[in-house]
Design a protein around this ligand. Sequence first.
Ligand code: PLP
Length: 408
Amino acid sequence: MKPLGPIPAGFEAIDGELAIGGRPVSGWAEEAGRTPLFLYSRDRIERRFAELRAAMPEQIRINYAIKANSFAPLLTFVSTLADGLDIASGGELEMVRAVGFDLSRVSFAGPGKRDVELEAAISAGVTLNLESEAEAGRAIAIAERLGARPRLAIRVNPDFELKGSGMKMGGGAKPFGIDAERVPELIRHIVDAGCDFRGLHIFTGSQALSAEAVIDMQAKVLDCADRLAGEADVTLPKLNMGGGFGIPYFPGDEPLDIGSVGAALEQRFTELPETLAEAELFIELGRYLVGEAGVYVARIVDRKVSYGKTYLVTDGGLHHQLAASGNFGTVVRRNYPVAIASRFTADAEEEANVVGCLCTPLDRLADKAHLPRAEVGDLVAVFCAGAYGASASPSAFLGQGPAIEMLV
Ligand SMILES: *Cc1c(COP(=O)(O)O)cnc(C)c1O
């Protein structure tokens, strides 16, 4: 037996079946016409924003990093709740344009921006979070050619990291951002070139569950921003403090205590240095906002036994749920929260391995899970599927194609 990750609180059952948006998942599967499908709950997303806003100091603005989930209806909905959107490619710029979001509230980070992407962003009034001096040079030259005044912020590669973070994106040599010690000179260059300097962006990592680590990181971000602005002799119009708020995926994971994080920030905000006194203060989050709102539902196609072990073979798999399969940035495979959705309230009575339909041993959704006995036709739910599911999985692999997505 291998434990399953914790099912996020607040999911209910109707007639013994997992329900979402007030309806059993089999009803949604019927409406969709096929499985697998992703179901994203409006209510859960809305509640998450409300809880977060209640915990954070009032002046904190919340950006949504759309790479977590850019399904158009979800993006449209989230864009009514978020203060800004963070994008990381020209393709994502087209997505936020398509949902009609105010592009002056969009910022564009990410290494390797092509000239066409810089041009599209500058023309649209999107803020560029510059990832290198060379990128700054190209952006300024393109803006001159366009006769535009570019909105430029600098992404800092700070000299610290987010402790305990699943994916580190700052501290030491990195492809992201500009090393802190070189930032003041670039600020001066941007200001002297007559660009609209939009402040700093300091993103250090992702998927942190320790409030202490997040509090420590945020304190260092504020100190670092103050020091760099001071050295450049500017005040910051805006500081994007990064995010990194994680969600529990695996056995033993505990939810991040956002109350403590908010209280510590509130305390820091009472004594902000002059360089930050006028700054709009942002955090940027992806998975924390939408991850637990999503459920991936696949149908059992075959039930088989091999050398005494039971396999539930589904019509889903890693082509939609790369992270749950254990192949997206994990070293040791652990089980996500998984359930037999069509027997959600039934007692567990057997050990089963839930796998996908791809012809590769990598395609596993739950190993040695303790589950109710399930048959062909039953539905399996993988939780925490609202972020980095459909948007981060190789749906073309083996010619399978994408899952259906529904905002419910
Ligand atoms: C990916 C990313 C995010 C979102 O990370 P989550 O773990 O989903 O919160 C935020 N900012 C930047 C710069 C990113 O690259």
